[in-house]
Design a protein around this ligand. Structure first.
Ligand code: PBG
Length: 328
């Protein structure tokens, strides 16, 4: 008698498939990235990210309420800093009236229970488009970490629940944690971009914030001296373990889809929540192919998000969050 075991019994119809399904996407999985700009009444679409927008503070209120009502309860803030405020030392990063600080307050006032996480990195503020202070063609590590610690304290003062350092300087989690403790922000968390790779998938994001490394003499054209080499696996574990030892509450792997082997590896290795960032280039690819009629947008989106969660993501930062929740 052949075969006794027939796995297809569990696939016979949608009812049985849903009974045995291992991975279910829910609104609680998502962290929603938001791009903020100066101005009034601004809602501008990002050219390389169709149906994704930069919002001015007045309009972000409506957006945040909408997210909350959809069950999306965590946001990750990025600001587009006006060119005239960019420098190479960080004069603007701790401005208590800066765009980020005002954005945090606005969102917390509008929606007090929304979890507000903030991007902590220098690139939106850097006239060279780097995540750290640049000197003689090098990105300075320790000086940048100090600056990021000041930035983190400033975000905490404005009301951020979590700071999310996305810069990949060595030792910055400890520097930030100590600064937060010293200033009394013992309950402000750190979500560390622990295994962040030097990836070509960040292109559309750099359009969104106008934050790409500038093309100038003695300015590195890429971020390979601080973000990880995408060929490496063991290094991702080392980076993540160090960040946990230094005080990270949540760790992250970034980008998503090309790095799901790393996600699983880290999930098996650590016992803090693991976030995955499905980045701008991943979003752009799906939107572009769907616009051509070459892929089924919703089906591909759900397949990718489910794959990210199946790989081990406890939190998914994704530009698809709203699209996905509308389908659930
Ligand atoms: C900046 C930062 C980047 C992203 C998040 N934070 C870009 C970069 O490192 O150059 C990328 C996010 C995305 O592509 O969606 N530190």
């Amino acid at each position: 008698m052949y075969p006794l075991v027939r796995n297809r019994r569990l696939r016979k119809n949608e009812t049985i498939r849903s009974l045995v399904r291992e991975t279910i996407i829910s609104p609680n999985d998502f962290l929603v990235p938001l791009f903020i700009v100066e101005g009034k009444g601004v809602k501008e679409e990002i050219a390389s990210m169709p149906n994704y927008y930069r919002y001015s503070l007045d309009l972000i209120k409506k957006e945040v309420k909408e997210l909350w009502n959809m069950g999306l309860r965590s946001v990750l803030l990025f600001v587009k800093v006006p060119d005239e405020l960019k420098d190479n030392k960080g004069a603007e990063v701790t401005n208590e009236n800066g765009l980020m600080q005002r954005a945090i307050k606005t969102i917390k006032d509008t929606c007090p229970e929304m979890i507000v996480m903030t991007d902590v990195a220098f690139d939106p503020y850097s006239k060279y488009g780097h995540d750290g202070i640049v000197e003689n063609g090098l990105i300075l590590n320790d000086e940048t970490s100090e600056l990021l610690a000041e930035m983190s304290v400033s975000h905490a003062e404005a009301g951020a629940d979590f700071v999310a350092p996305s810069d990949m300087m060595d030792g910055r989690i400890l520097t930030i944690r100590e600064a937060l403790e010293d200033e009394g922000f013992t309950n402000t968390g750190i979500m560390s971009y622990s295994a962040k790779y030097a990836s070509a998938f960040y292109g559309p994001f750099r359009d969104a914030l106008d934050s790409a490394p500038v093309d100038a003499q003695n300015i590195p054209k890429d971020k390979k001296t601080y973000q990880m080499d995408y060929a490496n696996r063991f290094e991702a574990i080392r980076e993540t373990q160090l960040d946990i030892e230094e005080g990270a509450d949540i760790v992250m792997v970034k980008p998503g889809l090309c790095y799901l082997d790393i996600v699983r590896e880290i999930k098996n290795e650590v016992d803090v929540p693991v976030a995955v960032y499905q980045v701008s280039g991943e979003y752009a690819m799906v939107k572009a192919a769907a616009a051509q009629g070459w892929l089924d947008h919703d089906a591909v989106m759900m397949e990718q998000l489910t794959a990210i969660k199946r790989a081990g993501a406890n939190i998914i930062a994704s530009y698809f969050a709203k699209d996905a929740v509308k389908l659930l």
